[in-house]
Design a protein around this ligand. Structure first.
Ligand SMILES: [Zn+2]
Ligand SMILES: [Zn+2]
Length: 396
């Protein structure tokens, strides 16, 4: 592996930073202590920064040489509302909050890159260090953009990275095109007419209508959507009624839709609405249908992806870069940034969990799991990737 020596020498300090952040997780738009920690480090290393984009977001500004080219490197900062089951020394000190997605490690990797870039100054142009709040919910990426991320800090491209459990340490995964799905929530409230369960002919049963709607919706993926376009429609809640002998007034269906393109999403939303309306009408009921688009699909730009893959290969070797990694149906708000700017989002292997300190929880080391922990072994790998990517991209 071709890691940068000064970053390797800084590894222990980066691990200390990562663990300090892990011990003090903060939820979306509450990342004040985390942003303070980042600001203190940037200050110490002589890197100017601006705070308050997207409430708690922070942008470090590294300029060198004369080129007007600029690149953005982005790390997310927020934790999850999860009760950590790990008992090791750096476990969360705050009940019900946990860095269960490794954003503590994402911050440390970007700080590692910042420290090296500020010392070595082996680049020509501007590197924007984007520390973003509220990835897990709240769309912090969009909020930073609304606060002028790309107008106040003009950049030609922006790059993101996520640790990925199951991919071995020292390996990367990436793919051009869609790599993560859009996430969307729906709710349908079916209005029927309640009655005595022994006299169903005197009412309109919303439970049966909800069941028919649910059945109808399940034909959208199998009958309307192109089989080559991946999509998921999951009904995750059905609520109705309060007694065994009463037909209720209402039934509620909720769930999620995931797609890799906006065109498929448009089709699914339109079909869901039509089927809900027409089915309810057919039974004399009515329906309030709400479809909320949260995060768009995360679509990697081909040129920037090829460029990033080449950097990864130069660090870990061709055999350790899967440049056609299988996309995931999970979602990620970095998608908003790639709708505005060219760029690429990559997975960096976090291993299977053997790295965890004694006292870790008994569950798997998966994202959003209470037994998860970021793998400190990949801090210098991720930091080296950021540095090499910025230096090479600005020189290209
Ligand atoms: Zn997450
Ligand atoms: Zn995450």
């Amino acid at each position: 592996m071709q890691l940068l020596d000064p970053i390797l020498h800084f590894h222990d300090e980066l691990a200390r930073i990562r663990r300090a952040i892990h011990a003090h997780p903060e939820l979306c738009f509450e990342e004040v202590r985390t942003a303070d920690l980042i600001a203190r480090r940037l200050e110490e290393w002589g890197i100017p920064f601006v705070r308050g984009l997207g409430v708690t977001g922070i942008v470090g500004i590294l300029k060198n040489g004369t080129s007007s080219k600029a690149i953005g490197l982005r790390a997310d900062m927020d934790a999850l509302p999860v009760q950590e089951t790990n008992r090791f020394a750096h476990a969360s000190r705050h009940a019900g909050k946990m860095h269960a997605c490794g954003h503590d490690g994402h911050i440390a990797m970007l700080l590692g890159a910042a420290h090296h870039l500020a010392n070595s100054r082996n680049f020509d142009g501007t590197v924007y260090l984007i520390f973003q709040p509220a990835e897990e919910s709240g769309g912090g990426a969009k909020r930073m953009m609304d606060d002028g991320l790309f107008t106040r800090f003009p950049m030609e491209a922006v790059f993101g990275m996520h640790n990925w459990p199951g991919i071995p340490v020292g390996q990367f995964g990436v793919t051009p095109g869609p790599i993560m799905a859009s996430s969307n929530e729906f709710e349908a409230i079916v209005h029927g007419r309640g009655c005595h369960a022994a006299q169903p002919h005197k009412g309109i049963d919303p439970v049966m209508v909800a069941i028919q709607i649910a059945q109808g919706w399940q034909t959208i993926i199998s009958r309307n959507s192109n089989p080559l376009d991946a999509a998921v429609l999951s009904i995750t809640q059905i609520h109705a009624g309060s007694a065994t002998n009463i037909v209720p007034d209402e039934a509620v269906l909720t769930g999620t839709v995931r797609t890799f393109s906006n065109a498929v999403l448009d089709l699914i939303e339109e079909r869901m609405r039509t089927l809900a309306d027409c089915t309810a009408k057919g039974f004399g009921a009515s329906v309030d249908f709400r479809f909320q688009r949260s995060y768009p699909p995360l679509v990697n730009h081909p040129e920037e992806t090829a460029f990033a893959a080449e950097i990864m290969r130069s660090i870990v070797g061709s055999a350790n870069v899967n440049d056609r990694v299988e996309p995931t149906m999970g979602a990620e708000d970095f998608a908003f940034m790639l709708q505005e700017k060219p760029g690429c989002y990559v997975f960096i292997g976090n291993g299977e969990g053997q790295h965890r300190d004694a006292g870790h929880g008994l569950g798997p080391c998966n994202l959003h799991n209470p037994s998860y922990d970021f793998n400190d072994a990949l801090l210098p790998i991720g930091a080296t990737y950021w540095v090499r990517l910025a230096e090479s991209w600005l020189a290209a």
